[in-house]
Design a protein around this ligand. Structure first.
Ligand code: GLP
Length: 254
């Protein structure tokens, strides 16, 4: 696990965008595993800037997103499909036919999860998976649980996740209670994993993820077992780890 310190959100975003750019340049046909939430917004905006300057070409890339709320159509402004279109896809030259996200409107959970797993397999797996992290250690929507879920699965969101996501909805009762999410096996199957986190509210969970037991109660802790994980955080998100295990941070300023 390589942990990189950055000063602030802007610098975290730039570093993450640099890592994704390198992937796209080195392998133009990359399968990019993408994430939603507030953490990746700056990364996407930096990638868009570099695309507009002519430094990046996404025309041969594929995208697979981590998760989607159950019950929301792609045109619903709160859906992750809409988020991805508005915040990244419509600004770059990715072929929309090569972008993928679980279909939240499919009521047949088993069929939808099987379809998504097969799609990832048929693409040859994910080259780089971008992740945020929930305050409770969730990745994608893999919530704390008593076992790691392997493939794409339909999850009941925890109260804390629903509360955290209420900020994106007008009323808490509008937040969907279920979601389809890639499973831990698909995430761990990515050739590279890039996790980003910013802000003091993520400091405890970043420390637990990196130093705690590997347990399904903290889903992100499983990343300790992956052989190519880069964690890029701002100063605040590293504040607890910097106290507890400073040697884990590659470039902690002295
Ligand atoms: C959501 C998403 C996750 C994301 C998490 C953190 O629940 N399903 O993929 O990592 O929120 O979001 P934020 O980046 O806004 O803190």
């Amino acid at each position: 696990m390589k942990i990189i310190y950055t000063e602030d959100y802007k610098s975290m975003s730039r570093t993450a965008a640099n890592i994704i750019s390198a992937q796209v340049i080195l392998k133009p046909t990359s399968v990019l595993g993408l994430a939603t939430g507030s953490s990746p917004l700056g990364t996407y905006s930096q990638l868009i800037d570099w695309y507009k300057k002519g430094d990046l070409d996404f025309s041969q890339c594929y995208a697979v997103n981590l998760d989607e709320y159950c019950g929301l159509t792609k045109t619903n402004e709160q859906s992750y499909a809409y988020f991805m279109y508005e915040n990244l896809f419509k600004h770059i030259n990715i072929d929309m036919a090569r972008t993928n996200i679980p279909d939240g409107t499919n009521p047949d959970a088993d069929a939808e999860c099987a379809r998504y797993d097969k799609l990832i397999e048929d693409l040859g797996g994910i080259d780089i998976q971008l992740l945020g992290i929930g305050h409770n250690g969730h990745i994608g929507f893999n919530e704390p649980s008593d076992s790691f879920k392997k493939g794409t699965n339909c999850v009941h969101l925890t109260r804390s996740t629903i509360e955290a996501n209420t900020r994106f909805f007008e009323r808490e009762e509008d937040v969907p209670t279920k979601a389809y999410t890639m499973g831990i096996k698909s995430i761990m199957g990515a050739k590279k994993v890039l996790l980003i986190a910013n802000g003091a509210a993520k400091a405890d969970i970043i420390c637990r993820m990196a130093t705690g037991d590997i347990e399904p109660e903290c889903p992100a802790s499983v990343l300790q077992l992956h052989n190519d994980v880069t964690i890029v955080c701002d100063k605040e998100a590293l504040s607890v780890l910097a106290q507890k295990a400073p040697e884990m941070i590659t470039n902690l300023p002295r």
